[in-house]
Design a protein around this ligand. Structure first.
Ligand SMILES: O=C(O)c1ccccc1NCC(=O)[C@H](O)[C@H](O)COP(=O)(O)O
Length: 220
């Protein structure tokens, strides 16, 4: 079975970064969204991304960020990818990609079949797609809410670009999610936390093992 690539999102400390790298995750996500318990300032993110080892893909997550905000982030923080997690249009995705010369992953929320249609348009302009659960009405955060969607909607699906499954994944359910959907990449945030914004290092290691082994998690 080909390797499953794992993204752990919402890292806030050097220990988080070390744990993610040691566990063998491929991507580390850093959140720039003031309302999030995982939010980082630009200097904090710079410090963590400089600390991160080579080979770990450093992803900045933004929500409907304007050029000035993105300019400030990209100027100060060494990054490998931008994740757009708001209502960015396909044109805006293309604009961001061209302006910064960085790969762009566009996140889209899914609750039912009708939410899948826009994925085609975005797959023409983004480098990757992140298929997440749609946030509940009135939610403060567009992601990181720890809720799943019906994985059968994306089971065995392919788009023009690589895609990543997200939304309510955790060490206990990720193997089943991978088995059912055939996702080759998975993303998690709250499912590896002990409290909002506080990463649980044992759960990070268990998540990566479970995602890759397609078997039950071993929590040590
Ligand atoms: O994680 C956040 O706080 C966040 C805030 C604003 C926009 C997006 C956010 N997270 C995006 C992610 O990539 C999460 O990993 C993804 O939504 C899955 O989260 P979870 O269901 O908690 O695993």
């Amino acid at each position: 079975m080909p390797d499953i690539r794992v993204k752990i999102c919402g890292l806030r400390t050097r220990q988080d970064v070390d744990t993610v790298a040691a566990a063998g995750a491929a991507y580390a996500g850093f959140v720039f969204f003031a309302k999030s318990p995982r939010n980082l300032t630009i200097p904090e993110a710079r410090e963590l991304t400089l600390w991160a080892p080579d080979g770990l893909c450093k992803v900045a997550l933004v929500v409907d960020a304007d050029d000035a905000t993105l300019d400030a982030i990209v100027e100060a923080v060494p990054l490998d990818m931008l994740q757009l997690h708001g209502r960015e249009t396909p044109d805006r995705v293309a604009e961001v990609r061209a302006r910064y010369g960085l790969p762009v992953m566009k996140a889209l929320g899914v609750a039912d079949e009708g939410d899948l249609a826009p994925l085609l348009d975005y797959s023409l302009v983004a480098d990757q797609l992140l298929i997440d659960a749609k946030p509940p009405k009135g939610a403060a955060l567009p992601g990181g809410n720890g809720i799943t969607f019906d994985w059968r909607l994306v089971a065995q699906r392919r788009w023009l670009r690589p895609w990543m499954l997200a939304g309510g994944l955790n060490p206990e359910n990720v193997a089943e999610a991978v088995r059912l959907t055939n996702a080759r990449q998975v993303d998690v945030s709250s499912g590896v936390e002990s409290a909002p914004g506080l990463k649980d290092h044992a759960r990070i290691a268990a998540f990566v093992r479970a995602a890759r082994a397609d078997g039950p998690p071993i929590l040590r």
